[in-house]
Design a binder for this molecule. Structure first.
Ligand code: KG4
Ligand code: ZN
Length: 325
């Protein structure tokens, strides 16, 4: 079995995965959303302290599995340095105590493998990763061959939901709140600019849209919030669709997937489904519970790396907050 640890942002999670069957034997996550909510976003030092409390509590429950562990997989990049360190320190201590190797897992690869929890992986896939830290289109051929073909120039898709929510004092994380509010709103009431719509670039940008929402919200009151949320969501998703459509002109999709915390957004899912129809492409999604950060996806990558013998020595393991794939 592999024990996996995730602490790259505001979720403390540990999983146990059986190597041979890829079966998830244990998974527990303690989320810090409530604690960060009052600040309208994640406060790194607070997150770090909360990981230091939560991770040992979860680990306590994993003790019965210790004798069967063959390796420890841990997220080392990308993420907040002060929170990554919490997971990595625990992983190193466990490896030393149990005399087993460490597997350093990239969080973005984890999100991609959230598609394959308890399943065989299937490639190639064109993956849209939408989370709090990332908005990327990635061509995935295998665990090792992943090419990022589009990314954001500023804010990420999920982050823009968080910021819009903060503007209206609706708390953190903003994604679920804004999506819910948008269901009651008129998405055509406030026409928003589609970012980079005149640019030939296949890239994303959310800062201009965020400012457009700010201007509208300055003059609005609470009864307008559903219409603002709906108008914003229409533009935020519309931007993704416009750029994907452009990309598909030269790279028609066959197998498409959406991963990351914001892939839970049903409006986005529906629109992408419609976009894919003319291509007859398949659409894969992670189970809702594995869309946001979790340790099951880190364990799933861990199994893959274990089978390939891709271990990192304890002296060399380091956190890399900004590394991409
Ligand atoms: O993957 P994740 O848990 O953490 C990162 O790796 O960043 O993603 C969290 C992000 C937050 O920005 C949150 O607001 C966003 O995903 N999110 C959503 C929805 N649910 C979560 N964004 C839009 N619509 C949603 N339903
Ligand atoms: Zn994530």
């Amino acid at each position: 079995m592999i024990l996996s640890i995730e602490s790259s942002c505001d979720d403390s999670a540990i999983a146990i995965t059986e190597i041979k069957t890829k079966k998830l034997l244990f998974h527990k996550k303690i989320s810090q959303e409530l604690e960060h909510s009052v600040y309208g976003g994640v406060v790194p030092e607070l997150a770090s302290r909360l990981h230091a409390e939560a991770l040992p509590k979860i680990l306590e429950e994993c003790k019965p599995y210790f004798k069967d562990l063959k390796a420890v997989a841990v997220t080392t990049a990308p993420g907040l340095n002060v929170t990554l360190v919490e997971g990595v320190t625990m992983a190193k201590a466990l490896c030393l105590a149990l005399d087993i190797p460490l597997i350093a897992v990239n969080h973005l690869k984890g999100h991609i493998y959230s598609l394959f929890i308890e399943k065989e992986a299937s490639f190639p896939q064109t993956v849209l990763l939408v989370s709090g830290g990332h908005t990327q289109v990635i061509e995935v051929k295998s665990l090792e061959e992943m090419e990022m073909v589009a990314t954001t120039m500023d804010d990420s898709f999920g982050e823009s939901f968080d910021k819009v929510s903060k503007m209206m004092n609706l708390g953190y994380p903003g994604g679920p709140v804004i999506e819910k509010l948008a269901q009651e709103g008129d998405e055509n009431r406030y026409p928003m600019p589609l970012p980079l719509s005149q640019s030939p670039l296949i890239a994303f940008s959310y800062s201009g849209l965020k400012n457009a929402v700010r201007l509208v919200s300055l003059e609005a009151d609470e009864k307008d919030f559903p219409d603002i949320a709906a108008s914003f969501q229409k533009a935020a998703v519309g931007h993704l669709l416009q750029k994907l459509k452009k990309y598909f002109k030269t790279n028609p999709p066959q197998h498409f997937a959406i991963v990351g915390g914001a892939s839970a957004n049903l409006y986005l899912r529906e629109k992408i489904e419609t976009l894919l129809k003319p291509f007859n492409a398949t659409l894969s999604l992670a189970e809702l519970k594995y869309c946001s950060d979790n340790a099951a996806m880190i364990g799933r990558v861990g199994v893959e790396m274990y089978e390939k013998g891709r271990f990192t020595s304890l002296d060399e393991v380091k956190t890399e907050p900004r590394t991409s794939l």
